[in-house]
Design a protein. Structure first.
Length: 135
């Protein structure tokens, strides 16, 4: 029996398909979801999300968010998410550098902006990790 995986960000539905398994990065470590998994609600951390479909592994980078498993449906609601083939290494590296520079000068930033910039850095690192492992 297959799983249905849907990954949604505030901007778009990034992924929606029938899959065999998914490994999700959570704040407590990675969790693997197989068909028949117990209901679950967990907080996800920025990192690499791995999907097995038709015997092939697909890789995505996700930002912070939440995942819910209910029946054979897995829903991921993340601040950001991107498939491996859409990752632009040059753009990611530039975004990471800009965010890190802004954080170095954080004496005039409000806490919400600091949190946003830290999220940008974590998501950039996740994208770089996904892309570099596949080279």
């Amino acid at each position: 029996m297959p799983l249905t995986l849907e990954i949604v960000t505030p901007e778009a539905r990034v992924y929606s398909d029938t899959i065999e398994t998914v490994v999700i990065p959570t704040v407590d470590g990675e969790i693997g979801i197989l068909p028949g998994h117990i209901p679950l609600l967990t907080q996800i951390a920025a990192g690499e999300l791995r999907v097995t479909k038709a015997g092939r592994m697909e890789h995505l980078a996700v930002g912070n968010g939440f995942a819910e498993v209910h029946g054979d449906k897995v829903s991921v609601l993340a601040e950001s998410a991107i498939t491996e083939e859409k990752i632009d290494l040059t753009a990611v590296e530039e975004a990471r550098k800009r965010a890190e520079q802004a954080l170095k000068e954080k004496f005039d930033l409000d806490p919400g902006e600091v949190e946003r910039l830290e999220g940008v850095v974590r998501f950039a690192i996740a994208q770089l990790s996904v892309k570099s492992r596949r080279r």
